[in-house]
Ligand binder design. Structure first.
Ligand code: 4AD
Ligand code: MG
Length: 462
């Protein structure tokens, strides 16, 4: 019977004969025995396969097996003589499926730098680090759906190609089938978008929020979970040009409800990783970020700190000599400030609210002061912003005025404005950057190492 190594390692030694398929990580050989450590991605720990050369006497076969080779082995599960595993396989048959020439295979060393591994993204899933990241990513994806499904949120698939700039920040990748060497022009000399595929200018979405809101106005609580794209020229360890975002949207909900859900949601996700990724999390605590498990366990038990932007700025101003960018009321917070708020001021995850309207998106609900909006950012130590969200402006006239103030043409958002004309309700939502989440829980220093194929500015090697 074929078996994944993760479940095989849980078995008691016994008479059952099992088959595993996987890739050889290491081979050790003495005169009478050969040990293969084999991994199939199901678990950090590989399976030790012991080959008694007297019994399986094909030396030519053993000679042709090296690190990276794919094999199929069948044998009994027996108590291991070695200290590092409880059970191992005593092979009764061994088959080489695909050889792996040692002189050209790029993963020879036991440890390679993350920079080197980024250059061979097609092979890095075969390392311990990327195997562990991939399993944690998987558990988190499932836990996201579980959280929302258990609470009656409807999963909505918002489009990837879009004409509207949800964040109003002008950081969109254009989608076009026009011949760039021969762009059709209007009589006035501009590009004639009528000739383009959609007969209008189109882009990759920066967020599913606006379309998500249309469904929240019918289904009440919804969420989207999909890829988003930002053409922002940020070459940092926490920005990608293509990343996944989880965006719940709740009707009949204000900022307070939004904050409560964001906190409960994050704690649910941290809890899922602690429960289901013990072995991988131990690996991250040991090799990547010390004490990651204790940190997450503590966060799950502690209420997040809440503070307004104005109060945060008052505190930050006292420490302006620490910062590359000094803070005054009205400036956008940089990651150094976000980290200071959560690491020094709050000493826990923090939710900052009520930002100046000038530094936030047009859709956030305007406060009575006319200066600040009901936005919220959830900040975590080491990383800064992990969630951005808000209560939405539900009043038609106020929203139109905000659009005009921010140089957006209300006509482009006619369908979004319709939500404020037909049965408008207070509503709120947020976006969790999925890679920031994976980066946070694993402790990985660079966001490019928590997604299989990172896309970032001027990254030539796809
Ligand atoms: O704060 P942002 O821009 O908010 C929105 O897009 C809203 N429409 C969300 C909503 O209210 N439905 O992005 C949300 C989150 C950020 O907090 C961050 O975690 C992540 O998305 N994010 C990025 N992650 C990786 N690379 C980038 N370039 C990112 N930009 C934002
Ligand atoms: Mg944000």
């Amino acid at each position: 019977m074929k078996e994944r190594i993760s479940t095989l390692l849980q078995r008691e030694p016994g008479s059952e004969i099992l088959t595993v398929e996987g890739w050889v990580r290491t081979k050790r050989e003495s005169k009478h025995v050969c040990f293969l450590e084999v991994n199939d991605g199901s678990t950090l720990k590989g399976l030790q396969i012991v080959i008694d050369k007297g019994q399986l006497g094909d030396q030519a076969l053993l000679d042709s097996i090296s690190t990276g080779a794919s094999i199929i082995a069948t044998g009994a599960i027996v108590t291991s003589q070695g200290a590092s595993q409880a059970v191992e396989m005593a092979a009764s048959s061994l088959q080489l499926v695909g050889p792996c020439p040692p002189d050209t295979y790029p993963l020879q060393k036991k440890r390679h730098s993350l920079e080197y591994l980024r250059e061979i993204a097609h092979l890095r899933a075969r390392t311990n680090t990327f195997g562990a990241v991939t399993r944690v990513r998987n558990v988190l994806s499932y836990a996201i759906h579980q959280y929302f499904q258990e609470r009656g949120f409807i999963w909505v698939h918002t489009p990837i190609i879009s004409a509207s700039d949800a964040e109003g920040a002008g950081q969109m990748f254009q989608v076009t089938t026009l011949d760039l060497a021969n762009v059709p022009k209007t009589a006035e000399g501009g590009v004639d978008w009528h000739e383009d595929f959609f007969a209008r200018q189109s882009f990759l979405t920066v967020s599913g929020q606006l379309e998500g809101e249309t469904y929240a106005m019918a289904m009440k609580n919804i969420y989207t979970f999909g890829p988003t794209f930002r053409a922002e020229n940020s070459n940092t360890t926490r920005h990608l040009s293509e990343f996944w975002m989880v965006e719940p949207e709740m009707a009949f909900c204000t900022l307070e409800g939004n904050m409560a859900i964001a906190e409960e949601f994050l704690k649910h996700l941290f809890g899922a990783v602690l429960d289901q990724c013990g072995e991988d999390m131990e690996f991250f605590s040991k090799f990547v970020e010390a004490g990651m498990q204790e940190t997450l366990a503590k966060i799950v038990e502690t209420p997040f700190v809440h503070l307004t932007y104005t109060d945060a700025v008052k505190e930050l101003e006292k420490h302006n000599d620490h910062f590359d960018y000094p803070v005054t009321w009205g400036v956008d917070l940089q990651s150094e400030h976000e980290k200071f708020i959560t690491e020094v001021i709050a000493k826990s995850p923090a939710i900052v609210t009520d930002y100046p309207k000038e530094i936030k998106a047009f859709y956030m609900k305007l406060n009575a002061d006319g200066k600040t909006v009901r936005g919220m950012d959830v900040l975590v130590p080491r990383l800064g912003e992990i969630i951005g969200g808000s209560e939405r402006e539900a009043d038609y006239d106020t929203l139109v005025a905000r659009m005009v103030e921010m140089d957006l043409d209300p006509a482009d958002y006619w369908w979004y404005l319709d939500l404020r004309r037909f049965g408008s309700v207070p509503h709120a939502g947020f976006g969790l950057g999925f890679e920031r989440l994976v980066q946070y829980v694993t402790g990985m220093g660079n966001i490019r190492d928590v997604i299989p194929y990172p896309r970032a500015p001027r990254l030539a090697d796809f």
